[in-house]
Design a protein around this ligand. Structure first.
Ligand code: NOJ
Ligand code: CA
Length: 511
């Protein structure tokens, strides 16, 4: 692999939504010290890397993806010193921490945007994508209009309160002078400013970034050539100054992102990945009903794998803060099989906080901080059976988001003590992965069957581990399997004369 950060080879990530993880000062909102306090919990599960969603100063119109100051931890989460301390404590435990870098847009409160709204030219006039007249809208991008002293409309990148930073246009329209080329001074200054942000946190001890909407930076860039070139330039800077920094993109097109110099790209619930076919649809592949299909997912995966071979990694998360919880369509036994798959695929796996205990999507919530339908997947972690499930000692009505109130809500403490729980299964699956290089990030994959069961071989050097993933309630019979069963999730399995017989809703690993 040309560009690789060696710690990614056996990394298993845990995604933390900071506001909902662990509150140490009783204000109802999770904080950085709360994460530090739970490092041992994460490590005990087997995860050795953490991704923290944006934790910077923000008006929280999009839960922190609207950054007001890239250099300062949001006071509600603590201080920069707290974050530096988290890095230190994580490193002591051989864990790595990546932050969320949001390079595509800021909050309207950001000082850069305030300056760029002024009519008099200044250092930040070209920091964002502005048209020359309030009456002209940047086509196809949505915009902010009518709040600036400056004449013009400002393009937005996501919600209408997130102005788009200006990295230039790949093919600027010559009749529209406001569409600046990528190498114009304004776009180049934005790029350098983002490198400075990275420098700051990497210098403080962070181990890399998950990059928000990494493919969105250069405008009018149909094939992403401009955005790829931009990230290649960032890669040069990282190679020179922070060669161990891991770069993980929210892009969903690994053939582009990895060429851009990212080490790893997510396959997600959007785009052509067919990720939802597996976990989140009417008939998910991982349901016991056995009526789903993994075929299109596997076809898309194989195509991506072939295109990116040797260039970097593809990762598949259990979920994240943008989609319904894994437990919405799958029960505990089904989730165990789904995790056997997620934890035995190439690329570093990502476990969304609470998915390890099968936390539920909380129905019927009003939107919190731009969460809308995503709010129910962002509820406070359930640690134990104490008040507020151990998340916070604040009064219940002060909690950031309402918790799952069902009497049988899962919690980490109970599941840690129960060998048959989802969390215990996940812990054993991670331990299996850690003990077998073939199952780790760079082990090769070859698919043998894409129906029920799903069969694939993972190889590293002399070691080959075959995974037989059988979500359906029907027994599976697989011919041509040699070797020894090294792991099963629950059900029985045996190999007789080169044929493997496995119970329904069971995953089996053979070496
Ligand atoms: C993707 C993030 O995951 C999502 O939560 C956010 O709303 C958008 N990008 C905008 O930054
Ligand atoms: Ca707090």
């Amino acid at each position: 692999m040309s560009n690789c950060v060696s710690w990614l080879d056996n990394a298993v990530f845990y995604e933390i939504y900071p506001q909902s993880f662990n509150d140490t000062n009783a204000d109802g909102i999770g904080d950085i010290n709360g994460i530090t306090e739970k490092l041992d919990y994460i490590k005990e599960l087997g995860c050795n890397a953490i991704w923290i969603n944006p934790c910077f100063k923000s008006p929280f119109g999009d839960a922190g993806y609207d950054v007001e100051d890239y250099y300062t931890v949001a006071p509600r989460y603590g201080t920069n010193e707290d974050l530096a301390n988290l890095f230190k404590k994580a490193h002591k435990r051989d864990m790595h921490v990546i932050l969320d870098l949001v390079p595509g847009h800021t909050s309207v409160n950001h000082e850069w945007f305030r300056q760029s709204m002024k009519s008099e030219r200044n250092e930040f006039t070209d920091r964002y994508v502005w048209t020359d007249s309030i009456w002209e809208e940047p086509q196809g991008m949505g915009c902010i209009r009518g709040i600036s002293e400056r004449d013009g409309s400002c393009a937005v990148n996501f919600f209408s309160h997130q102005p788009a930073l200006n990295y230039g246009f790949y093919k600027p329209d010559p009749d529209k002078k406001w569409q600046q080329p990528m190498d114009a001074p304004g776009p180049m200054a934005t790029r350098e400013a983002m490198k400075d942000v990275m420098r700051f946190w990497l210098g403080m001890g962070c181990d890399g970034f998950r990059v928000d909407m990494a493919g969105s930076l250069v405008k009018h860039d149909e094939d992403s050539k401009g955005t790829i070139a931009l990230w290649q330039d960032v890669r040069k800077f990282l190679d020179a100054e922070f060669p161990n920094a891991a770069m993980v993109s929210e892009w969903g097109e690994p053939d582009k992102s990895l060429i851009g110099g990212f080490h790893m790209d997510f396959l997600l619930h959007f785009g052509p990945s067919h990720y939802n076919d597996l976990f989140r649809c009417d008939e998910p592949y991982f349901s016991k009903r056995g009526k789903g299909s993994a075929k299109e997912f596997i076809a898309a995966y194989k195509a991506n794998y072939a295109k990116t071979d040797g260039k970097g990694l593809i990762c598949i998360p259990s979920g994240n803060h943008d989609m319904g919880r894994l437990s919405v369509c799958l029960d505990t036994d089904e989730m165990k099989v789904a995790f056997a798959f997620l934890l035995s695929m190439p690329g570093a796996p990502f476990i969304y906080y609470g998915d390890e205990i099968g936390m539920r999507y909380v129905e019927g919530l009003a939107s919190v901080e731009g969460g809308y339908g995503r709010t129910g997947s962002r509820s406070p972690m359930q640690w134990d059976k104490s008040v507020n499930a151990g998340f916070s000692t604040a009064p219940k009505d002060k909690l950031y988001i309402k918790q799952d109130e069902s009497p049988d809500r899962p919690d980490a403490e109970s599941q840690s003590a129960d060998e048959s729980s989802l969390r215990s299964e996940i812990k054993r699956l991670i331990a299996l992965r850690m003990s077998k290089p073939a199952l780790q990030s760079k082990g090769r994959i070859e698919f043998v069957s894409d129906g029920y069961p799903l069969v694939y071989k993972r190889t590293a050097g002399e070691q080959t581990v075959t995974a037989v993933i059988n979500p359906s309630a029907e027994k599976a019979v697989v011919n041509g399997i040699g070797g020894k069963i090294i792991y099963t999730t629950g059900g029985n399995a045996e190999i007789k004369d080169g044929t493997l017989y496995a119970d329904g809703c069971t995953a089996v690993f053979v070496e």
